[in-house]
Design a protein around this ligand. Structure first.
Ligand code: RB5
Length: 143
C-alpha cells in the first residue's frame, strides 16, 4: 500500500500519479490535501510518515511545490527515509543504497512525464541488501 500526500503545490501532480497508479492496479491511500487551496505541507507529510511508521503503508509519495519542505518534515520521523528526487538515477540509487521509503518531488519542479518515470523507478527498484548499505542506514538512526 502506498501513502500519498501533498500540499496545494503538489496537488495537480498527485492527481496524475493517482491515475498512473490506478492504471497499474497499485493500491494507495490518499492522505490529502484535496484541492489547490493553500494548505500547510507539514500536516500531510506527518500523515504519510505516520502511516508508514504504523505499518498501514509500506512506502509513501509526498509532493509539495519544491518537494523540500515536505521531505524535511517527513525525515524528522524515526524510520522515515524520504528522498527528494528530480531524476530517475537518484530514484533508483536511493532505493538501492538508502532503502528510501518515501519519494518526495516538487510539483513546480518536475513535469508529469518525468515524475511518473521517477515514481515507477522508485516503486520497482528493490533495496540492494548490501552489507555496507545496511550498516550506513543503521548509522542514520544513531545519535
Ligand atoms: C507553498 O507555496 C510552498 O512553500 C511549498 O509547496 C513547498 O515548496 C515548501 O517547501
Amino acid at each position: 500500500m502506498i501513502a500519498l500526500g501533498c500540499d496545494h503545490g503538489g496537488f495537480e501532480l498527485k492527481q496524475e500519479i493517482k491515475k498512473h497508479l490506478d492504471q497499474q492496479n497499485i493500491e494507495y491511500i490518499d492522505y490529502g490535501c484535496d484541492s489547490q487551496e493553500a494548505v500547510d505541507y507539514p500536516i500531510y507529510a506527518k500523515k504519510v510518515a505516520r502511516a508508514i511508521q504504523n505499518g498501514e503503508c509500506e512506502k509513501g509519495i509526498l509532493i509539495c511545490g519544491t518537494g523540500i519542505g515536505i521531505s524535511i518534515t517527513a525525515n524528522k520521523f524515526k524510520g522515515i527515509r524520504a528522498a527528494l528526487c528530480t531524476d530517475c538515477f537518484s530514484a533508483e540509487a536511493t532505493r538501492l543504497h538508502n532503502d528510501a521509503n518515501v519519494l518526495a518531488m516538487g510539483g513546480r519542479v518536475v513535469g508529469a512525464g518525468l515524475a511518473l518515470k521517477i515514481v515507477d523507478t522508485f516503486l520497482n527498484t528493490p533495496f540492494s541488501n548490501d552489507e555496507r548499505h545496511i550498516r550506513r542506514i543503521s548509522q542514520i538512526e544513531e545519535d
